[in-house]
Design a protein around this ligand. Sequence first.
Ligand code: FE2
Length: 388
Amino acid sequence: MFEEIRAFSFPTRILFGCGAVRRLPQCLQEVGVRQPLLVTDPGVRATPAFDSVASALDRAAVQCRVFAGVHPNPSEDDVLEAAQLYQSAACDGVIGLGGGSALDVAKAVVAKARHSEPLSELDAQAGGYERMTGPYDPILAIPTTAGTGSEVGRSSVITSHRLGRKIIIFSPWLMPKQAILDPELTVGLLPALTAATGMDAFTHCLESWTCPVFHPLCDAIAIHGLELIVRYLERATRDGRDLEARGYMQVAAAMGAVAFQKDLGAAHSLAHPLSTEFGLNHGLANALCLPAVMRFNLDAATPHYARLAVIFGAPVHGMAPAEAAARAVTEVEAFIDRLGIAGGLRRHGVPRESLEALAGKAFEDPCHRTNIRPCTQADLLRLYEENW
Ligand SMILES: [Fe+2]
């Protein structure tokens, strides 16, 4: 029993609360950054969230360069362009401001500043983990969505158009030193994006909780993350100015990403190619794939799903565990429906004839290797067909 020695670590300092962003200059000082590069996307650049950050920096007379060219599903070119600016301006740290895309580019920039080889050689699948020798310059993360939890995660997902797939760079050195969670920064997020990003957080909590890795601390965090999302995501989607719901969703998103230190599952493997091939929002892709994956996992994840039904407040008292677990799948479907997400890949521009090639790419993706029930490429194809 317990013969393998394991490490449990939650190193990112999180500053949480309305107006927390005003403490950014202090945070920079604490991690020793004097010349930051702010990495964001054009959408966020035009929002009050950006203005709040800029005025906090101005007030403290912090010299800050801005790269606002991050694309949704960011590409290698985004990283190269930002890294060039980082180096030419002699920056000594990054501030990632935005959704997962901006945060992921910010992380990749400090890695690129350190390593001259192409990003694809840092890809976890190409043995990049060993090559990523830190420490890197400090990363500060300020999310404006509540979903990816990239602000507390140690990976960065970048699309390589050359390779036709996502590169996942992964290293403890990519963990932000500090994350600022300010609920006021998320009030402008539109309902559809609130729902989609929230479902990404939901999928992180559920897949990490069920994945067969020993990490009871992460399990507890994932379970409470699910409770918060079930309680607050619909509220945040209905009324974006509901700061209580926004705040709890930000915390839940960070919890989801802390939990997926454990790893993820098949829904993420199915979701990734839907974004690279058809540009689907990552959270939306997860929401579309999750119910079929849950049905596939039903026998393997019975105790987890039965407990999820309880989290949803379903009347499962006295039910057999298998029946309660099946009830959780219908609860998740109804939840997705109430969030205004129309199920079915066909409704989101995914042609049926693409499913076979998508399954090939999903099988190459590493997330399904820690799915609670092992899956083959044929299983993944069946799951796409079931979700189509
Ligand atoms: Fe995700």
